[in-house]
Design a protein around this ligand. Structure first.
Ligand SMILES: Cc1cc2nc3c(=O)[nH]c(=O)nc-3n(C[C@H](O)[C@H](O)[C@H](O)COP(=O)(O)OP(=O)(O)OC[C@H]3O[C@@H](n4cnc5c(N)ncnc54)[C@H](O)[C@@H]3O)c2cc1C
Length: 320
């Protein structure tokens, strides 16, 4: 039943009126369920609110766990082809044909697709295309991200490597009154040289903020969002105020779209929602023989743990 009741329902029921607590919930839910108090299901919100207390640090950065998976896959006889964009997935008499952008074609019995449902519409046809069109129509929204990355000199310990900074006003061209900051560990030599740390900042933005702009408008918006974030960073981390921000880079949904190929630059997956609840999400086992789906646009939704759980569902299904 907690999938069908919002956090708002319980906030009202237990008369949780404290403004600061309300604000805390709102911003924490945005980075965990990708939704707000009024539409976040209580079940996923409860998991989301408990989640930051159990955050581990991968030495070398977030690509390290992916690298371990890659090594393990290779050791089991798997082959990974990098920089090969899939253009079409079509049903054949014996399974599926996969056509790549460079013209290469593969014929396979089964497909496990990690490609977002919105992209699947463009690369399939017939009944399969219709299925992804219907799902994309229902789940037609996902957030975009604005990111800022840089290096700083840092010799002292920090209380935590992870912070959510709350701001009184919305950050320009975003949909957030907060941003998330992660620092590399002081001893992580793979992320930064001795005496330095790398800093990653991200926040939610509607992808519509970044489309149909001239280059000049785009650069102006990007500059304004970056400088506002950095001024809040300096206020909240005065110990780094005089440290030069090295290798400063900002990214918008356009950047994500360019590098990942994800439709519209939608990242972070489908928001958890009472109205479009978990049970309506595309299943990991598609209605089409031999076509399986993983990733943050299918059950059980967004975030690395959920994506892994979806993958385990498929492993169990195939092995059984
Ligand atoms: C700024 C930010 C911070 C986040 N923080 C957290 C966090 O703290 N904790 C957490 O759990 N989650 C976090 N997430 C969410 C998490 O990153 C995603 O939910 C997760 O990566 C989704 O995994 P995925 O495999 O579904 O998609 P992706 O990681 O996007 O992988 C999909 C892959 O498919 C590739 N692809 C797309 N189209 C094609 C094509 N046509 N041919 C071939 N390949 C293609 C893409 O290039 C990409 O490599 C964050 C996301 C963002 C953007």
């Amino acid at each position: 039943p907690y999938i069908f009741k919002s956090v708002h329902h319980f906030v009202e029921k237990y008369n949780l009126t404290d403004a600061a607590f309300h604000r805390f919930l709102q911003e924490q839910l945005l980075i965990t369920t990708q939704n707000t108090i009024s539409d976040s299901p209580f079940l996923t919100a409860a998991m989301g609110l408990a989640y930051p207390s159990d955050t581990y640090y991968p030495v070398g950065g977030m690509y390290k766990p992916a690298e371990l998976l890659f090594e393990s896959f290779k050791a089991s006889g798997g082959e990974v082809k990098f920089k090969k964009r899939v253009k079409a997935i079509n049903k054949t008499k014996t399974g599926y044909s996969i056509r790549l952008e460079n013209g290469e074609e593969f014929h396979v019995k089964n497909v496990i697709s990690n490609i977002p449902i919105w992209n699947m519409v463009e690369m399939t046809d017939g009944k399969i295309k219709k299925y992804f069109e219907e799902k994309s129509k229902l789940f037609n929204f996902s957030w975009g991200a604005f990111t800022v990355n840089f290096g700083i000199e840092s010799k002292e310990e920090l209380d935590s490597l992870y912070y959510q900074i709350h701001t009184n006003e919305k950050i320009p061209h975003s949909d957030s009154n907060s941003f998330f900051v992660s620092f590399s560990h002081i001893d992580d030599r793979q992320r930064a040289p001795e005496g330095s740390r790398s800093v990653t900042i991200s926040l939610h933005t509607n992808v519509k903020n970044w489309i149909n702009l001239s280059t000049e408008e785009y650069n102006q918006k990007k500059e304004m969002t970056t400088s506002t974030i950095l001024s809040h960073f300096d206020i909240n981390f005065p110990q780094f105020k005089n440290s030069e921000k090295l290798h400063l880079l900002s990214g918008t949904p356009k950047t994500f779209q360019f590098y990942t190929g994800r439709s519209n630059g939608f990242v972070g997956g489908i928001p958890h929602s009472v109205s479009k609840n978990l049970l309506k999400m595309p299943s990991n086992i598609s209605p089409f023989d031999g076509l399986y789906l993983v990733g943050d646009t299918v059950f059980p939704g967004q975030g690395t743990p959920a994506v892994v759980l979806g993958a385990l569902n498929i492993v169990n299904e195939i092995l059984n």
